[in-house]
Ligand binder design. Structure first.
Ligand SMILES: [Cu+2]
Length: 119
């Protein structure tokens, strides 16, 4: 008996575990892409600063945060998400399942980091 859903779930687990050694097949169907956004906090500023990034509905988005001190990133999705990062490098996965523009902010700095255009 074929169980395509189970196969897809197994593949998702492999991807989530991050143990891929470079030869994985791309995930079938929509939403298989991972968008990586590097976010750097330094001297009271953050980069990027309000840039718009297009992402797929149900695609994986990873914020790779570099910071000297711990803090929080606020994702204006529905429901909203509060992501905590530590000093050093922190990878924060986000999944966005509704189309629209989602602002990712640092409330400490009062700044929009990126606008995710989910489509
Ligand atoms: Cu906010």
């Amino acid at each position: 008996m074929r169980r395509p859903a189970a196969a897809a779930a197994a593949l998702a687990l492999v991807l989530a575990a991050g143990t891929a050694c470079g030869d994985d097949e791309p995930a079938p169907g929509a939403g298989g892409e991972t968008t990586t956004i590097e976010v750097t906090f330094e001297d009271g500023t953050v980069t990027p600063s309000g840039e718009r990034v297009e992402v797929d509905v149900d695609g994986e988005v990873e914020l790779v945060v570099q910071a000297e001190e711990a803090g929080e990133i606020h994702v204006h999705s529905n429901p909203e998400q509060l992501l905590e990062y530590g000093p050093g490098t922190t990878t924060l996965p986000i999944t966005l399942d509704q189309p629209g523009v989602v602002e990712v902010e640092s409330h400490e700095l009062g700044q929009v980091i990126v606008q995710l255009q989910v489509q």
